[in-house]
Design a protein around this ligand. Structure first.
Ligand code: TPP
Length: 582
């Protein structure tokens, strides 16, 4: 045993490795991403990025059927994408153990919504383990493989951003060598058509009954008997806040949040005068506890229905006095999110704004194109939606004198689900313009590989998919490739594509600036600046304007000499610094 400080994500990877897990499959997404990145670096495992979460779970189920232990990781919205195989995997069960990490993001630090993955566990009837620190993350993950194999079910593991990213002490151990189990054909278990699914459904009911018995005494739910006047039921990172808010209360810490230990919860409720459920951004747990027949007490002030809980709002909800605290400084300069200096996405949004296009956006770094001063995106719903929503706009606006409709999507998001949206547009003879911003990486989540850059998680030999070839094979009317840094070419391509009533795809290609960290030439503003402010409208963090004169300046420590601003200066006032690199 070695003591280490690990994040929840690292601990989950370590737990899977110690359990002898053979294979990892994932699609990146904050706060889950480092789990698979850590797992991939451990010895004797195979790990891959898949184009999306549905594929990741299906690969995992194939490997499980063949007898391997598998780890599948994703962020909470990824569970929506893999919900289809998830619900039926609950019927088939497993051969090798399957553990699925759903990393939730209460507070939406880096997500488009707040979802509670425990609803998926309940709806698909798959057990859900919920660690409250890294040590539990390791132990629960490791044990989850035994649980998965003994109950013949995939097991879900829920973390939230505080568990995923906080480092707490863990004791790491050795890997257990687990052989890949033999595969035996068994259509009644693995072919889910009605004739076979009906008996499996009955097996699932029996399995749930045994899980409900097991959960009453399993070692993952613990009661800390304290002051009997207040009893709090909680799980995950919320437990840590509860401990800080009222350390003397009696606490029922749930490590399994589906199914719930109904009898144990009743016994706990009877042992205290008042009993509450504390949870964040959801009412899953309080509703589920109430459904067990436990009568909960009303809070003095309700907990916030959205966002994270913290010790102050827990104390306030329980009617406890708030400890003295210092107000945070309010004079801290704002740091609004922005595309990086030199980001190849910038110029595209500048040109789309000039074009006054209706822009259906997607999820990636380029979503920041919605913010001032670029103000270049009208919609952003979920991964892949840019292409399908653009088609919807075109259908609704057909026959009207409308602004051009342009979808904007990144390379990784295109592989994730944009491809099937485009298949729909081509199939239904849709029109409009689709811009694929190919920056050679999945930048938003930290530079992961994807099918269109051919980089794999463990740097294995791979194939880069031929993007223009795929588009042509699909039958897209017009496919153009343009350098994202070339203002004139970008302008021309967008203008031409939006002039006619056909389906155009423009591939804007230029590598993400963070891929190449070598010293770059920098720009400076010479004496010809008139203070017109056009360069500022690019929203580059390296460019600032004197508030009185309007004269621009370029911060050489941020500039990477991408030349985008130079092309927009009508006065030739931006030049490359002598000697090039800063
Ligand atoms: C279903 C789902 N899975 C994962 C994510 C996390 N995520 C957001 S954007 C993105 C990919 C961005 O890559 P790309 O489209 O290439 O754009 P870039 O950030 O490189 O500009 C990912 C993985 C998500 N938001 N939704």
């Amino acid at each position: 045993m070695v003591k280490q400080l690990l994040s929840g994500n690292e601990a989950i990877a370590q737990g899977a490795w110690e359990a002898g897990c053979h294979i990892g499959t994932a699609y990146p997404g904050t706060p889950s991403t480092e789990t698979m990145e850590t797992f991939a670096k451990l010895p004797d495992v195979y790990a891959e990025w898949c184009p999306n979460e549905k594929v990741a779970l299906e690969v995992a189920m194939g490997a499980s059927a063949a007898g391997a232990r598998v780890l599948v990781t994703m962020k909470h919205v990824g569970v929506n994408v893999c919900a289809d195989p998830l619900f039926t995997a609950a019927y088939t069960g497993v051969n090798g153990g399957v553990v699925i990490l759903a990393a939730d993001d209460p507070g939406m630090f880096s997500s488009q919504n707040e979802q509670d993955s425990r609803y998926y566990a309940m709806a698909s009837q798959v057990p859900m383990l919920e660690p409250a620190d890294s040590s539990e993350a390791l132990r629960f993950t490791k044990d989850a493989y035994e649980l998965s194999e003994s109950f013949d079910t995939p097991v879900m593991l829920r973390s939230t951003v505080r568990i995923s990213h906080t480092k707490t002490p863990v004791e790491t151990g050795e890997r257990t060598d687990v052989a890949v189990k033999p595969y035996e054909s068994n259509a009644a278990k693995w072919v889910m058509m009605p004739a076979f699914a009906k008996p499996r459904r009955k097996d699932l009911v029996k399995r749930i009954d045994s899980l409900k018995k097991w959960v009453e005494t399993c070692p993952y739910n613990t009661v800390e008997q304290g002051d009997s006047s207040i009893g709090i039921i909680c799980a995950g990172s919320v437990y840590q806040h509860v401990k800080e808010a009222c350390s003397t209360a009696s606490i029922f810490k749930l490590g399994v949040t589906w199914p719930l230990p109904s009898q144990a919860l009743h016994e706990f409720a009877e042992s205290v005068e008042k009993v509450y459920v504390v949870e964040e951004a959801s009412v899953y747990l309080s509703d589920a506890v109430k459904a067990c027949g436990v009568v909960l007490d009303e809070f003095e002030t309700p907990l916030p229905p959205d966002g994270e809980v913290h010790p102050e709002n827990i104390r306030a909800s329980l009617g406890l006095s708030l400890p003295e605290h210092r107000e945070a400084a309010t004079d801290v300069p704002g740091r609004p999110p922005a595309l990086c200096p030199g980001c190849p996405h910038r110029l595209i949004f500048k040109e789309l704004s000039r074009l006054k296009a209706i822009v259906t956006g997607d999820i990636g770094c380029y979503t920041l194109g919605a913010l001032p001063p670029l103000n270049g995106i009208d919609t952003c719903l979920d991964m892949g939606a840019s292409v399908s929503m653009a088609h919807g706009f075109e259908l609704a606006l057909k026959g009207t004198d409308h602004r051009p409709v342009v979808a904007v999507i990144g390379d990784s998001t295109f592989a994730h689900s944009g491809l099937s949206s485009l298949v729909n547009t081509v199939y239904n003879k849709g029109v409009g313009t689709v811009c694929i911003l190919d920056n050679r990486t999945t930048a938003m989540t930290g530079q992961q590989g994807n099918p269109f850059n051919g980089v794999t998680l463990q740097d294995r030999d791979s194939r880069e998919l031929d993007l223009p070839g795929i588009l042509q094979a699909l039958g897209v009317d017009q496919v153009t490739e343009v350098d994202s840094y070339d203002m004139k070419a970008v302008r021309k391509a967008l203008k031409e594509a939006t002039l006619h009533d056909e389906l155009d795809v423009i591939i804007f290609k230029r590598a993400c600036v963070l891929l190449d960290k070598s010293p770059k030439p920098t720009m400076f503003v010479n004496g010809d600046c008139t203070g017109c402010g056009v360069c500022k409208t690019l929203g580059c963090p390296a460019i600032s304007c004197d508030p009185e004169t309007g004269i621009s300046a370029i911060d050489p420590t941020l500039c990477i000499g991408c030349n985008q601003c130079v092309q927009y200066c009508a006065f030739g006032a931006i030049e490359m610094r002598e000697g090039g690199a800063n």
